[in-house]
Design a protein around this ligand. Structure first.
Ligand code: TRP
Length: 433
């Protein structure tokens, strides 16, 4: 282990072209953070993840090149950080399988992206899983493998990814519970203070709204895009509101506090929209033009980027290869010559990776049950019932996800927050088909 104590890791799906929103929201803050002396950073191009959304080989390749060139042009130093391409690390899909085997299917059923696909199908009266690949379903496990392989402590992501980090924690805990303490439980780091940038139409800049300004378009095209930013119809000389002005927000993301204050004053003084747009163009160019020069050079030399990534993969595999060997041994994928233990020995052998119900008879002769989570923690304890059949009936209903609408009326007491209990129960209701 190196002297740096905090491991930070994040991946970028290689399915598009970086835009100003990516730059301000992720690339710029991440490159800055990577220069802090006390952190050990891992950045990778998530090209296996790209295959889930993109079915065009040329686009995956092109995006991988563009994103790699972008990060390097923006100042990521591959000597200082570990910068690699996911698909150069064969240990990642291998770990994905080991993790798959300790992941409740019900956990994956609850993933937002998968649920959204199912909801959409239901709304359209389609089969629930129509058009859903197993890749989409498994997305969180692949992502958990990315994170757990390097025992990252902190994972900077957007809000939409928080659930995936929580799932990586759950999956890590299940594995640790069954096979011993191998994985660090990661935490999401949300960049709250960085602005979400508006796009050309004032909505959040996003590929799905088709309102983006690509980071490294040629200057002439950048000018054209900026001139097309939506503004209101106030004429030159009329005072303008900074509030709700996409142009103003974009400017602010690049400008100093003084420059921003000066533009606010110009708005109040009735600056013409065309002039304000010129100021924005100039301000963005001041920061982006030197980076674009480096980017354009890199794009002319893909072999150089390939070398950088291969070198990064070597660094990453120096960790991943021995760690995978340890994990293989832990789960029992071992040389037959190595000393064997008898199966079932050892406290961990019988532990389950699923939550479980325990039905029992009380001292007074009545029947009751408990629900324990995968780690054996008590989640819920029932009141007592006259007959074992009655207790079993409630267990069955819970396993099917039939929780009484009024939880107060239910014949049990919760020992953990309801959300945690329903999460555990979801793992049963998923296994019926
Ligand atoms: N799912 C992430 C996204 O779309 C990309 C990603 C893949 C990632 N693997 C990761 C992010 C591991 C952080 C850690 O934004």
């Amino acid at each position: 282990m190196s002297s740096k104590s905090l491991r930070v890791l994040t991946g970028i799906t290689t399915s598009g072209t970086p835009h100003l929103g990516n730059y301000v929201g992720a690339i710029r803050p991440t490159v800055r953070a990577s220069k802090l002396p006390e952190v050990e950073s891992f950045y990778f191009l998530a090209d296996y993840h790209a295959l889930i959304k993109v079915g065009e080989p040329a686009r995956v390749q092109r995006s991988t090149l563009e994103i790699a060139a972008t990060w390097l042009a923006c100042g990521l130093d591959p000597e200082q950080v570990t910068f690699y391409r996911q698909s150069d690390i064969p240990e990642i899909p291998e770990l994905t399988w080991l993790l798959t085997c300790v992941t409740g299917k019900g956990l994956l059923n609850r993933a937002h992206a998968y649920k959204a696909a199912v909801d959409k199908n239901n709304a359209a009266s389609e089969e629930p899983d129509a058009g859903v690949t197993a890749g989409l379903f498994m997305y969180p496990v692949l992502m958990a493998a990315d994170i757990l392989m390097f025992n990252a402590h902190r994972v900077p992501v957007g809000r939409d990814q928080i659930q995936h980090i929580e799932m990586a924690r759950d999956i890590a805990a299940s594995f640790n519970h069954l096979y011993g303490d191998h994985f660090t439980l990661p935490e999401a780091a949300i960049e709250d203070h960085v602005a979400t940038l508006p796009g050309l139409d004032g909505r959040k800049m996003s590929k799905s709204y088709d309102n983006t300004i690509p980071l490294f378009v040629p200057q002439a095209q950048l000018r054209k895009l900026i001139m097309g930013i939506l503004t209101d119809s106030r004429a030159p000389g009329e005072p303008k509101a900074t509030e709700g002005s996409a142009l103003f927000q974009l400017y602010q993301a690049f400008a100093s506090a003084d420059e921003t204050a000066a533009l606010a004053k110009a708005y109040a003084d009735g600056i013409a929209w065309a002039d304000a747009k010129h100021l924005l163009l100039e301000r963005i160019e001041r920061e982006v033009a030197p980076l674009r020069t480096v980017y354009d050079e890199l794009m002319q030399d893909p072999a150089k980027i390939e070398r950088v990534l291969k070198r990064g993969a070597e660094k990453a595999r120096a960790i991943a290869t021995p760690f995978t060997a340890r994990l293989r041994h832990a789960v029992g994928l071992r040389s037959l010559q190595s000393a064997t233990e008898s199966p079932g020995k050892g406290a961990k052998a019988a532990r389950s990776v699923m939550p479980s119900f325990k039905q029992f008879r009380q001292a007074d002769g009545r029947f009751a049950f408990k629900l324990l989570d995968a780690r054996g923690e008590l989640l819920l304890e029932s009141l007592s019932f006259e007959s074992p059949k009655e207790a079993a009936g409630w267990i069955g209903r819970l396993q099917r996800g039939e929780v009484p609408a009024d939880i107060q009326q239910a014949p049990w007491t919760l020992h953990r927050p309801l959300a945690e209990v329903t999460t555990a129960l979801a793992q049963f209701s998923s296994s019926e088909n």
